[in-house]
Design a protein around this ligand. Sequence first.
Ligand code: TMP
Ligand code: ASP
Length: 238
Amino acid sequence: MEKKELIYEGKGKKLFAVENGDLLIAEFKDDLTAFNAQKRSQESGKGALNAAISAKLFGLLEKNGIATHLVKTLDSTNHLIKKTQIIPIEVVVRNVATGSLTKRLGIEEGTKLAFSLVEFYYKNDDLGDPILSDEHAILMKLASDNELKTLKELARKINSVLLPFFESIKLRLIDFKVEFGRDRNGAILLADEISPDSCRFWDATSGEKLDKDRFRQDLGDVKSAYEEVLKRILGALN
Ligand code: TMP
Ligand code: ASP
């Protein structure tokens, strides 16, 4: 599959056109960014780790009835995907309080939430991805009322598949962010990626962080944490 022009470059991936106008190639980059790209680094091999992790998790979700944009893995860093119009809402699901939730509301770090919390954030780097209410999203025409309902349902369903899966490989899925796109017919597909860049995983035994918080918080060993996540996933899904 030949890459044609670069049509978009984000913080974690580049998107290329291909011959078939309904498809794109997503190339996972080695760049690491945090805090709206105020903190930047590179980790050789990180793109390939995220590409492999995301492919496995999207496959697991497809098997469980969640439609995703992934068509197939082309090589270690490139995925063939269905072209979608990305809905500019970052959908965050939280099982345990940490990160911005503890900062904003003062809920104690590590509190297991009474139910899985779904939040919307406006995907807009210039504004620093602010939190959105449903009414903000509708007012700004980011998505319709029905689409917001679908996003919440899909986010909860994804969580209900991923939580027991990660539990089975001794990782606590603390929280994660997903993005969705509309295909040509308006159907909503899971897009972007699910990886240690977009999730928080704590080792079930030691509590050790095995995700991008290692980079955000300067904990070191970023790559070996991502490798450990991939190793456990492959152990369960291969
Ligand atoms: P937060 O606690 O910083 O709001 O993050 C919640 C979850 O969303 C966490 O798993 C990290 C992920 N996330 C992203 O993937 N991209 C982002 O830009 C942010 C802020 C968080
Ligand atoms: N994804 C955002 C960035 O790269 C923020 C974060 O993940 O902390 O800047």
